[in-house]
Ligand binder design. Structure first.
Ligand code: ZN
Length: 408
């Protein structure tokens, strides 16, 4: 503890990195902004602002713009971020598909491609990813001015600090050093991370939780994952995993989960489970527009929105179970926002009503009064989470310094 504190105060390089990061972040978030405003907001000396902006200008990360004063007179020079000179390849590795996307530095998607995933060993999956990246680079070379980073997200336990995939449910891996492999192969910065944690980060940079410090995102898909943002930072523990919300027990009498416990949230609300329940209730004679052949989660949501009793019952049941977990999270973390993502959010009103009533009866009044629950505004099937890891390293200054020190 004492040692790391001494390291921090003694590390002039780190202070420099944090100052550059702060100025770059201010320019992105408040642009157009003048150098005087930057000095006032950041507390740095005007000479430091001049030096930092000069370097950012040289690298074409920012540009100067003339802003006409409302009082007339000479236009004042302000600064804006410039996104089109640098690109990032972001990849979402799903269980059966790979979504590969090219972004500019502003998080604008330039290319989106989806490929099937059929190779489930570490070596084959790695070769496949390298081939897909090479293909994207050659097919869209005109859109790539400077490829700065490659980022990959996937479910599982991902050590994003060391860039190692420790466990992912669909590929047989053994401490897969994916970030290092990609860095060496393509000579760019490389990042790996958990898909849902990264999506929570993306929501806080580009989505609905931009204006709050504390939020939790829960995604329901084939599993249930979550990411916790505290004071604008992704919560990470020693193992790079935190808040395994899918294995909170919500029904002690429920079926056995693959983790060994009974009645885990994941077992109650994932898409396949809701679809299985629909089939079972149809067999029991429930009258509905759903049929055993047409009862996928999207159809269930659509029919629930149209007033179908059985479809509504299924969404409410999922909402009650999600509500129990949400109430626990509110009691523990007291976030300002809870964001839901996944197909089940296509029936937002019924889902949110049920979750809110669970929250009202199962959480502390003083805590829940501050919480707003809503559905994600981002496409959870895009690779925006992978891009968010790159944004994170720009905002903490580490990638920014790598770029500024590059003599190219
Ligand atoms: Zn479980």
């Amino acid at each position: 503890m004492t040692l790391s504190y001494l390291n921090l105060v003694g590390n002039a390089e780190l202070v420099k990195q944090l100052n550059y990061a702060m100025i770059y972040r201010l320019i992105i978030q408040q642009s157009p902004i003048s150098r005087i405003q930057l000095a006032e907001t950041s507390g740095l000396a005007p000479a430091s602002i001049t030096k930092i902006t000069r370097q950012l200008l040289k690298k074409k990360l920012i540009k100067e713009v003339d802003i006409q004063q409302s009082t007339g007179g000479r236009p004042a020079v302000s600064i804006e971020a410039q996104f089109e000179n640098y690109q990032v390849i972001a990849i979402q590795l799903g269980r059966t598909s790979v979504n590969i996307e090219l972004y500019d530095f502003g998080g604008n998607s330039l290319v989106f491609q989806r490929y099937p995933l059929t190779d489930f060993t570490q070596r084959l999956a790695q070769n496949y990813l390298i081939n897909l990246i090479e293909l994207l680079c050659s097919e869209h070379s005109k859109k790539i001015k400077n490829l700065v980073a490659i980022s990959v997200v996937m479910p599982g336990v991902i050590d994003s600090v060391n860039g190692i995939v420790r466990y992912t449910p669909h590929i047989d891996v053994k401490n897969w050093p994916l970030a290092e492999v990609l860095k060496n192969k393509f000579n760019v910065s490389a990042f790996v991370g958990n898909d849902v944690q990264s999506l929570a980060l993306a929501e806080s940079y580009f989505g609905s939780t931009q204006n709050v410090a504390d939020s939790i995102l829960i995604r329901v898909h084939r599993g249930v994952g979550s990411g916790v943002i505290i004071n604008h930072q992704l919560l990470m523990n020693h193992n790079q995993s935190a808040c395994e919300v899918g294995h909170i027990q919500v029904n002690p009498l429920g079926e056995r989960c693959h983790c060994g416990n009974f009645g885990c949230l994941e077992n109650q609300v994932v898409n396949a489970e809701v679809e299985k329940k629909a089939k079972r209730l149809l067999e029991q004679g429930y009258v509905s527009k759903l049929t055993p052949d047409q009862c996928d989660i999207v159809t269930i949501c659509n029919l629930a929105n149209q007033g179908d009793d059985l479809a509504q019952k299924l969404i409410k049941n999922a909402g009650e179970n999600l509500g129990r977990a949400v109430a626990m999270l509110v009691n523990i973390f007291n976030p300002q926002n809870i964001v839901l993502a996944g197909e089940i959010t296509k029936s937002p009103e019924i889902l949110l009503d049920t979750i809110n009533s669970a929250l009202n009866s199962q959480s502390l009044k003083q805590l829940r009064e501050n919480v707003s629950i809503h559905c994600s505004t981002l496409n959870d099937c895009s690779a925006i989470g992978a891009f968010a890891l790159v944004q994170q390293s720009l905002f903490n200054g580490s990638l920014l310094m790598t770029m500024l020190e590059d003599k190219k």
